[in-house]
Ligand binder design. Structure first.
Ligand code: PLP
Length: 395
């Protein structure tokens, strides 16, 4: 029958939540979908025009396996200015979204049995890819410290088998933004214990004052030779479907990723690559500022509505575009048979009330609930009002 490795993974919890919402909607139910890990927005004009121009020029053929040199150069330049360290094109590989970049990293860095520290709650794909690469995810809970793991807790989880740590800031699902001292502490551990740092900053464009995204390589440039930066245009330019991301790291890692990609996907889509180049060459940041402003408005509105929750605390929502609710005070409150026992029960009740969100079980947290505010504002408003009504009805 199927290979043993198929037992290591299930379809991602977030994809399942999206599918459940779509099934309910197809059955004729009006569903407000707040599950999505993307911003519902018009495409950036330079992306659209760049793609059309590339089609009209007849750009049909394979590119270099890890992307057009021009694009890799542009990414290297942007990284150089953000990290204040020089990057070159041979330290960058363009991938089919950040997901492939992370998969490349796991496949080229991990030996069977290697342990990888994953702060939890975690984005559902991190442990799945570690397992696929033959490694073992080791979770470090971050609930008690505002969803930013304590450096001592990470240190305590390190064993001789630990090979890497995955950091995701701003965080999916929790919305936490790691502070500089935590990043410095993690960097120190990486140096002392000889670890790789896989630094996923896909949501870097979206933080809300007073929180700021700190690049770990600006905080600790000394870990550059052991850091793999993961990023994508997916979220920052609201172009998730186009599938352009990248990893950046030591040239030897990129060379190995290139060999891997040459036998898996080859290059990311050529038109999408040209579209991103056109955007990087022609845009003046207006689109990005508008996208950010839209999220600021959505976040403010959402937090206002969530103030009405009786038993559940208003989420911190420091970065990204997710409200992450800690349902523990609600779930642990009652013994009655109708009372939900975990976040899956809450998600089912919400779906019955016409609003879809993602259960924390997808993120290793049976008491968490992720609600995306990347949805259109009018959906967000009515969806959150329904959510508050459902949660407040449980005593
Ligand atoms: N990393 C994190 C933390 C994410 O949340 C996501 C998508 O949700 C990705 C990576 C993958 O992004 P992409 O769509 O570029 O593959």
């Amino acid at each position: 029958m199927l290979a043993q490795r198929t037992r290591l993974i299930a379809t991602s919890g977030t994809a399942n939540a999206r599918a459940a919402a779509a099934t309910a909607a197809a059955g004729g139910k009006q569903i407000i979908d707040l599950t999505s890990g993307e911003i519902w927005a018009e495409l950036a004009p330079a992306i659209r025009d760049g793609a059309i121009a590339a089609i009209n020029r007849g750009e049909n053929r394979y590119t270099d396996t890890i992307g057009l040199t021009k694009l890799r150069l542009k990414v290297a330049q942007a990284l150089s200015s953000r990290t204040e360290i020089e990057w070159t094109a041979d330290e960058v590989a363009i991938t089919a979204g950040a997901k492939q970049a992370l998969f490349d990293a796991a496949m080229v860095l991990l030996n069977p049995g290697d342990e990888v520290i994953v702060p939890s709650p975690y984005w559902t794909t991190f442990p799945a890819q570690v397992l696929l690469a033959g490694g073992k995810p080791v979770f470090v809970d971050s609930h008690d410290s505002g969803f930013v793991p304590r450096v001592q807790a990470i240190a305590a989880a390190i064993t001789p088998a630990t090979r890497a740590i995955i950091i995701n800031t701003p965080n999916n699902p929790t919305g936490a933004v790691y502070d500089r001292s935590t990043l410095a502490g993690i960097a120190e551990l990486a140096m002392a214990r000889d670890l790789w740092v896989i630094y996923d900053e896909c949501y870097a464009a979206f933080t809300y004052p007073p929180h700021e995204h700190s690049h770990i390589l600006r905080v600790a440039p000394q870990i550059r030779s052991r850091t793999i930066v993961i990023n994508a245009f997916s979220k920052q330019l609201a172009m998730t479907g186009w599938r352009i991301g990248y990893l950046a790291g030591p040239a030897a890692v990129i060379k190995a990723a290139k060999a891997l990609q040459s036998h898996t996907t080859s290059n990311p889509n050529v038109i999408a690559q040209h579209a991103v180049i056109a955007h990087l060459e022609n845009s003046d940041g207006t689109y990005e500022r508008a996208l950010h402003a839209r999220l600021v408005t959505a976040r403010r509105l959402g937090l206002e509505i969530l103030q009405s929750l009786d038993k559940v605390a208003v989420p911190r929502a420091e970065g990204g575009f997710y409200f992450y609710l800690d349902l523990a005070p609600l779930l642990q409150g009652s013994q009655s048979a109708e009372h939900p026992r975990d976040a899956d029960d809450v998600v089912a009740a919400l779906l019955a009330a016409g609003v879809a969100a993602v259960s924390g079980t997808a993120f290793g947290d049976p008491y968490g609930l992720r609600v995306s505010y990347g949805a259109p504002i009018e959906h967000l408003e009515s969806g959150l009002r329904r959510l508050v009504d459902v949660l407040n009805a449980w005593q």
